[in-house]
Design a protein around this ligand. Structure first.
Ligand SMILES: Cc1cc2nc3c(=O)[nH]c(=O)nc-3n(C[C@H](O)[C@H](O)[C@H](O)COP(=O)(O)OP(=O)(O)OC[C@H]3O[C@@H](n4cnc5c(N)ncnc54)[C@H](O)[C@@H]3O)c2cc1C
Length: 309
């Protein structure tokens, strides 16, 4: 792992740094590149504009590791309101939640009951996506996912290509006809659980994506969401789809707001399903640090902002 990436990911967990960084206007200005605003209404407005460009949206309210059950219940309540607004605005949009924001650290049952309220409200309007967090949460996240999926078909989960275990996790989820969002993985993980080299992660990503588009997955009607900004990988996956004559509806591409915007537009123009994950909320610090870690050049962007008059 690069030194800069490692430092930034360590920094993402620092309450001291969070406290200080979020006070600075220049940091907030830099964050706006990845986040149209702090409120759900800001995100909804962005989705209306994306819709005009044939791009769908997934909303996520930033926050993680909630330790107060009342706060976890409020997060669920918040998402219920967002789902109502999605219906009012007739958007083809979904939500994505972090289980530690719904109280996973307080117990699986509490977290599950918050999640299922959201899943039930979303019913019929796409799936509720479950983000995947740091590796110590993967087992519990998948247990909750399986339980929710048995109760309700409209729920999807994120899997991370950097983890060794993901090949087995994917194989066990395919028969459920799950909705799966494949990402590379954004946390600081040791080489005992995750591939240390980018090349290995990219190769594993392609292998897993091919499995998500394989015969068994298609027979089980798996919804395959390819969530990456990596244009080389995207092209490789498109070539795979075309060589097997699978059709454009066999998968969808998901990216983050503000990253590879031209690629998001290009895919939509060429008839692929293109979806943007729009984050919002005031608890953006650890999330933002993970975005910086993904591309250390972003740090220079922040510094340039600092020096700008
Ligand atoms: C829709 C979506 C949902 C996600 N959900 C999760 C999740 O639940 N759990 C999780 O662990 N991770 C999640 N991630 C993050 C993911 O794990 C990666 O950290 C992130 O997508 C960067 O990896 P990449 O696949 O884009 O490839 P990379 O190889 O990192 O990037 C490829 C290229 O994309 C561009 N790029 C990538 N990131 C940035 C950036 N931050 N700023 C500017 N340019 C950039 C650069 O040009 C880079 O060369 C999600 C990502 C997406 C798109």
């Amino acid at each position: 792992m690069g030194l800069m990436r490692s430092v930034l990911l360590r920094g993402s967990q620092s309450a001291w740094l969070r406290e200080r960084a979020t006070r600075h206007r220049f940091v907030r200005r830099a964050v706006s590149r990845f986040m149209p605003g702090e409120t759900a209404e800001d995100a909804l407005k962005t989705a209306v504009a994306l819709k005009q460009q044939s791009i769908g949206a997934v909303f996520t309210r930033l926050g993680e590791n909630v330790t107060d059950p009342t706060e976890a219940a409020q997060v669920a309540e918040h998402y219920l309101g967002v789902l109502d607004r999605i219906r009012e605005l007739e958007l083809s949009a979904e939500v994505s939640v972090k289980l530690t924001q719904l109280g996973l650290d307080l117990g699986q049952d509490l977290c599950y009951s918050n999640l299922i309220r959201i899943v039930e409200r979303a019913s019929g309007a796409g799936v509720v996506w479950i983000d995947m967090e740091a590796s110590q949460y993967v087992g519990a996240t998948l247990e909750i996912y399986r339980r929710a999926r048995k109760a309700h078909p409209h729920v999807g989960v994120c899997l991370q290509a950097y983890l060794y275990r993901t090949a087995d996790d994917l194989a066990s989820l395919i028969p459920f006809g799950a909705a799966i969002r494949l990402v590379k993985g954004a946390y600081k993980e040791p080489s005992s659980v995750a591939f240390p080299r980018k090349k290995q992660v990219d190769e594993n990503y392609f292998k897993l994506a091919a499995q998500m588009l394989g015969e068994e997955a298609r027979a089980a009607q798996l919804r395959a969401a390819i969530a990456t900004h990596d244009r080389v990988l995207i092209q490789r996956i498109i070539d795979f789809v075309q060589s097997r004559k699978l059709g454009r509806d066999s998968l969808e591409f998901q990216m983050l707001y503000g990253i590879q915007t031209q690629e998001q537009l290009r895919l939509a123009r060429e008839g692929w399903k293109s979806i943007v994950l729009v984050a919002y909320g005031s608890y953006w610090f650890p999330w933002y640090m993970r975005r910086l870690a993904e591309r250390p050049a972003n740090v220079w962007f922040v510094l340039r902002n600092l020096l700008a008059p």
